[in-house]
Design a protein around this ligand. Structure first.
Ligand SMILES: NC(=O)c1ccc[n+]([C@@H]2O[C@H](COP(=O)([O-])OP(=O)(O)OC[C@H]3O[C@@H](n4cnc5c(N)ncnc54)[C@H](OP(=O)(O)O)[C@@H]3O)[C@@H](O)[C@H]2O)c1
Length: 331
C-alpha cells in the first residue's frame, strides 16, 4: 500500500517520502481501516521536527498522520463494537493515518457522523477531543465566560462551537480577514488582534483556552477572575503533570524554572493552571459525532490535498494560518 513515511527528524522536506509498504496487520483489540481521508495537525510537524521523539519512542521510518476516516475492512478477535463495512472516524494515537490502510485500536474510533463527507470527518478527531477535554477539565458551564485564543485555528474553531453548545459566552481572537468567518461559528465577541487588544476587552473570564503559548500563557491570568482557570495546550508543564512524569531532580528544577512566571500568576490570581495533553477517547468522539449530526457543530475544512502532496499539506499547516483544518484525501 501507499504511505507517507518519515525517515528522519529535522527539515520535513528532506525527511518524508511516499513509500510502498506492507498493509498493517491487526491485534485483537484493533480494527483495520481503509483510509478515505486523513486530517493534518501541527502535531505532525512537531513529530517530524524530532521535538517529541522522547515521547513517541517509535523507531523510524514511521507512517505519519493521527486523524483518520474510512471503512472498516477487518476487525480483531476482541472487537465487538465494529463490523466490516462500518464508516468510522478517529484518532490513531501512534500515527499511521497518511496511508491507504491503518490499524487503529477500537477504543480510539467511533462511527462517522452520517451527515459529513469523509474529508470533513477526518478533519476533527484530534481537535474535537482536545477541545472537549479542555472544556471538561475546566468544567465550563452555561453562562461562564471563556476566552479561546486563535478561534480560526483547528482547535479554536471546534472549541468555540463546543463552548457555545454548553451555553457559555465566548470571546475569541483572530486576525482581520477571519473575523466574519469566526463570528459565523457562534463566538459572541470576536477580537481582531490586528486592531484590538484582548486584554482591555476580556475581564473576569472564568476560563482561558491558551492555544498560543509563551507570553499568551502568562497574560491569560490577567483576564480571568480570581480563582479562574487557564488551560494551555502549549504552555509550561504544570506541577501535577510534572509529578506524574516522575522526572529526575534536574529535569524537575528545569520545568519549575520554565513555569516560574506562570507560578507567580497562579499565586496572584489564586488560579487553576493546567497543561492539557489530549488523549484518544471513543465516548467523546461519539458525543461529538452526535453534535455534528444534530447540526450543533460544523466541521470546517480549509484545504484538501491528495496523498502525494502530503508535504505541501504539512508545509501549509506549518505556516500557522489555516482557517479550520487541512485534510489529505485518499479516495
Ligand atoms: N496539548 C495538546 O494535546 C494539543 C492538542 C491540539 C493542539 N495542540 C497545539 O495547539 C496549538 C494550536 O493548534 P491548532 O490545531 O488550533 O493550530 P492551527 O490550526 O495551526 O492554528 C492556526 C490558527 O492560529 C491563528 N493564530 C495565529 N497566531 C495568532 C494570534 N497571535 N492570535 C490569534 N490567533 C492566531 C491563525 O489565525 P490568523 O491567520 O487569523 O492569525 C490560524 O487560524 C498548536 O501548537 C498545536 O500543536 C496541542
Amino acid at each position: 500500500m501507499k504511505a507517507i513515511q518519515l525517515t528522519g527528524y529535522g527539515k520535513i522536506s528532506e525527511n518524508i517520502r511516499l513509500s510502498e509498504i506492507d498493509k498493517p496487520s491487526i491485534k485483537k483489540d484493533e480494527v483495520l481501516v481503509e483510509t478515505f481521508a486523513a486530517g493534518v495537525n501541527p502535531l505532525d510537524n512537531k513529530v517530524a521536527s524530532g521535538k517529541l521523539k522522547r515521547l513517541t519512542k517509535t523507531p523510524l521510518p514511521i507512517t505519519m498522520g493521527h486523524d483518520v476516516s474510512g471503512n472498516v475492512v477487518a476487525v480483531g478477535a476482541d472487537v465487538n463494537e465494529f463490523k466490516i463495512g462500518d464508516e468510522v472516524y478517529g484518532y490513531t494515537h501512534m500515527q499511521g493515518a497518511f496511508a491507504e490502510f491503518v490499524a487503529v485500536k477500537a477504543n480510539l474510533l467511533s462511527l462517522k457522523p452520517k451527515n459529513t463527507s469523509f474529508e470533513e470527518a477526518a478533519s476533527f478527531p484530534l481537535v474535537s477531543l482536545t477541545a472537549a477535554q479542555v472544556l471538561k477539565r475546566g468544567n465550563l458551564k452555561a453562562g461562564d465566560k471563556i476566552l479561546i485564543h486563535a478561534g480560526s485555528g483547528g482547535v479554536g474553531s471546534l472549541a468555540i462551537q463546543l463552548a457555545k453548545a454548553r451555553g457559555a459566552f465566548v470571546y475569541t481572537t483572530t486576525s482581520t480577514q477571519n473575523v466574519e468567518w469566526v463570528k459565523a461559528l457562534g463566538a459572541d465577541r470576536v477580537i481582531d488582534y490586528k486592531t484590538e487588544n484582548y486584554k482591555t476587552i476580556v475581564k473576569d473570564a472564568d476560563m482561558v483556552l491558551d492555544t498560543l503559548g509563551n507570553q499568551y500563557t502568562v497574560d491569560a491570568f490577567d483576564v480571568i477572575k480570581k480563582g479562574g482557570k487557564v488551560i494551555s495546550l502549549v504552555g509550561p508543564v504544570d506541577e501535577e503533570t510534572a509529578k506524574r512524569m516522575k522526572l529526575n531532580t534536574v529535569a524537575n528544577l528545569f520545568l519549575s524554572w520554565k513555569r516560574r512566571k506562570v507560578t507567580a500568576q497562579i499565586k496572584r490570581k489564586s488560579a487553576y493552571y493546567s497543561l492539557l495533553l489530549m488523549r484518544g477517547n471513543k465516548n467523546q468522539l461519539k458525543e461529538t459525532a452526535e453534535l455534528v449530526e444534530a447540526g450543533s457543530i460544523k466541521p470546517k475544512v480549509d484545504k484538501v490535498f491528495p496523498l502525494q502532496e502530503a508535504l505541501q499539506a504539512l508545509t501549509y499547516v506549518a505556516k500557522g494560518r489555516t482557517k479550520g483544518k487541512v485534510v489529505i484525501k485518499m479516495k
